[in-house]
Design a protein. Sequence first.
Length: 100
Amino acid sequence: MLRQTVDSLAVRGVAGLLGQAPIGTEVALETAASLLRGWTLTTIIEGDAVPRLFIPRLIELWRAGRFPFDKLVRHYDFADIEQAFADSAAGRTIKPVLRF
């Protein structure tokens, strides 16, 4: 999909890569035509947020009742780590948090 994305970019187009393929995954990109089009591929880490700005904004939204992060988090005892992985993979929880 990444190859198709950059192949479809216009001159000076930008593609952003989020998420992660399995470790070790590689993609072949054609270089000559790409150089003529001047496109950009950028990776996005944690939304590319600036933590000192983003975290206070999330807190403001939470206080206003507009960001119910507590519904995104589910706590698991460390002994239940396999269940945490299974629930995450199955979509039963968004952010599993392990307790030691």
